[in-house]
Design a protein around this ligand. Sequence first.
Ligand code: SF4
Ligand code: SF4
Length: 372
Amino acid sequence: MVAWATHFRKSRRVIIGVSLVSVAYFGFYRTGCVCSIGSIQNVALALADGRNYTIPLVVLLLFLLPLLFALFFGRVYCGGVCPMGALQELVNIHNFRISRAVSWALGLIPWIYLAFAILYAATRSQFIICKFDPFIGIFRLGGDIGMIVFGALLLILSVFVGRPFCRFLCPYGVLLGLMSSLAKRRVEVTSEKCINCTLCHHSCPVDAIREPTSSNDKQTEKRNLGVKRIFLYILILPLLTISGALLLQSQSERLSLAHRDVWLYEQLQSQNNVSGSFNLSPEVEAFHEMGRDPEELQTSVLSVRKSYRIWSAIAGGLIGFVLGCKLIRLSTKRTRKTYETEASSCVACGRCFNYCPQNLKKPITKDETKPL
Ligand code: SF4
Ligand code: SF4
């Protein structure tokens, strides 16, 4: 429905309708769980430990379907189907601009979050996307007080800044953005010819509308510099990937403390080293009471640490690779004759549709073409 509203009907009203239903049903009624964002972890776990974990079909579909739609129609899932995106969209009334340089830097956070979510899920440690979901407390009207406060602050921020969670935190959003940039059909402000009136430009809450490029000498010089930089970044891309992998792998032992068994093992070790200690932690007490075999725990710890070495290298490599790709992309300048949407950033909210005079199908005067 959002795909139809964004590509054919150009109707924000339909998108708002879908958003309201999504917040009410997926958000408050289904309490935001299970969702596509969290499904990343199930997929990572199924890939890492397919022999012991079978991903439920519905979770697999939740992961794949929005990506598939993004591949054909752009991020229509973000447009109104995702309750988290819809909630931020519905409360947004003003858009304070964030500079592109700051947005670029903050745009790394979702990738780092994604890398760590994969690491902790694949090693059977924690599902951090679920644990640190900022809106779940709002949808459930209760829960961890720290997360409720964080969610409330994000929501207040969403009133003044377009979709902060989607842009600077959501790990699934970056996957949708990636698919969307490969999409055959990107979301367009208008199906008619763009007349460069600039009216849509500032309407976008996520700064996804790119202005036409000029072709003067200064720009040509900049472009040439950009080409040189691209070659340099392509050369250092493997270096960044390997450095990221090695750096995170060097921390794998410390990171593995997030696994229950490793943490328990370390607790046992430290309490064994303190002779005459009678203040056993509840977990250590439970371990002794259950009569668990310390050797079995040690074997488990060795296996967990081994898998941490592998997955922390993968996660670190991913972060380094993404940083390299983002640098390359920063130096790539596309030529545009008219205003165009940036497929990976556009969340298909439909806000710009109402600003475009071409969608209203009414002739505009020359004065109306001046920026607001
Ligand atoms: S980017 Fe926003 S709308 Fe899209 S999946 Fe993430 S939270 Fe949902
Ligand atoms: S549909 Fe929304 S996110 Fe996409 S370009 Fe238009 S205003 Fe921006």
